[in-house]
Design a protein around this ligand. Structure first.
Ligand SMILES: C[S@@+](CC[C@H](N)C(=O)[O-])C[C@H]1O[C@@H](n2cnc3c(N)ncnc32)[C@H](O)[C@@H]1O
Length: 321
């Protein structure tokens, strides 16, 4: 069959039109698939896990990049973020030293010691001090500060949930509400360890978040490019934070989803809030008696309105059930 030129032209443009339609449809399909994937990703980001379902404290505190940033926060006296300010710490140590008789012949272990602000001051009061923290950066800082001041402190880089020692102490401290970041099971592990590590009659001092703070919290979701000024990575990232509240359990979660070019990570920052009764019964179940409640670890009088409370717990003479 012979085709005239204009018939060829018509056939060609017909095929070209067909290809264009097909390409457009493929592109649209691609967009639809991408939109679906993005929808699914955002759904995951906004999903509420079960209380304390995941534990990612190392990514928050001990990761190569975040631990560097955390150390900057510890050392920045203008913000009470990783450690409280120096004036508070000095007041707090003065109270601890006089209340617990910290001095020559007493032994103290500071769990989650960070860069050793408390540990160094206990050691300056001649106590025998051990500091435990899983942040390499903080422990390195603490060790070199101790060397500079000629203080003999036994710093250990370890997860305190796994740390073992044969030594027994007069006082165990865990300061700045670290206990609240642990699940009920982890807190049971910690309290069992504390019981074993204490000499008879030895005491625990720790602070926790209280219910007035829980009541003021609300759920939220936000997104920021390079959230928290590059806290999560040296590379560019998109940071999402979802705050969830668990009314019944008195728990909150800040769930961070950090999307980088090569990886996406989710970091869970859990906090348990306590009443006098809830912390008393938790300690009682592990062989402790609460001796006193305060509003902070500087011995301020207890107030029911306070956002935090400090507890002094004494090891009972008989072992826990
Ligand atoms: C809020 S900071 C308080 C630091 C210090 N107590 C202070 O008040 O200056 C909590 C510290 O606990 C450490 N930490 C958190 N979870 C830990 C764990 N499971 N094992 C060991 N250290 C931990 C962190 O690295 C951080 O230094």
């Amino acid at each position: 069959m012979d085709f005239a030129q204009d018939e060829w032209d018509f056939l060609l443009s017909f095929y070209q039109f067909g290809f264009a339609v097909q390409a457009a449809a493929t592109e649209m399909g691609l967009y639809l698939t991408m939109a679906k994937t993005l929808f699914n990703t955002l759904t995951d980001i906004n999903t509420r896990p079960g209380p304390f379902e995941f534990y990612t404290a190392e990514a928050l505190w001990a990761d190569e990049h975040t631990s560097e940033k955390m150390l900057e926060f510890h050392l920045n006296d203008a913000i009470d973020l990783s450690s409280r300010n120096k004036a508070f710490i000095s007041r707090s140590v003065d109270w601890i030293v006089s209340h617990f008789g910290v001095g020559p012949g007493t032994s103290v272990i500071d769990l989650g010691c960070g860069p050793g602000f408390y540990a160094a001051l206990f050691a300056e009061n001649q106590a025998d001090v051990t500091g435990v923290d899983f942040s390499k950066k903080s422990i390195e800082f603490a060790r070199s500060a101790a060397t500079e001041k000629n203080l003999n402190i036994d710093y250990r880089q370890a997860n305190y949930l796994e740390f073992e020692t044969d030594k027994q102490f007069d006082l165990i401290t865990m300061i700045f509400c670290d206990f609240c970041a642990l699940s009920p099971k982890q807190r049971a592990v910690m309290l069992n360890k504390m019981f074993v590590w204490l000499k008879p009659g030895g005491k625990v001092l720790l602070d926790v978040y209280a219910l007035p703070l829980f009541d003021n919290k609300s759920e939220d979701a936000s997104y920021e490019v390079n959230q928290l000024n590059g806290f999560w990575s040296a590379d560019d990232y998109f940071g999402f934070v979802n705050t969830f509240k668990y009314e019944q359990e008195k728990v909150t979660l800040d769930k961070y989803t950090i999307v980088e070019k090569e990886r996406t990570q989710t970091i869970y920052n859990w906090l348990q809030y306590f009443s006098k009764d809830s912390i008393r019964s938790e300690f009682a179940a592990h062989g402790f008696e609460i001796e006193a409640f305060y509003s902070d670890v500087a011995g301020s009088a207890f107030s029911a309105e306070s956002n935090e409370m400090a507890v002094v717990a004494r090891k009972r003479l008989c072992s826990p059930e």
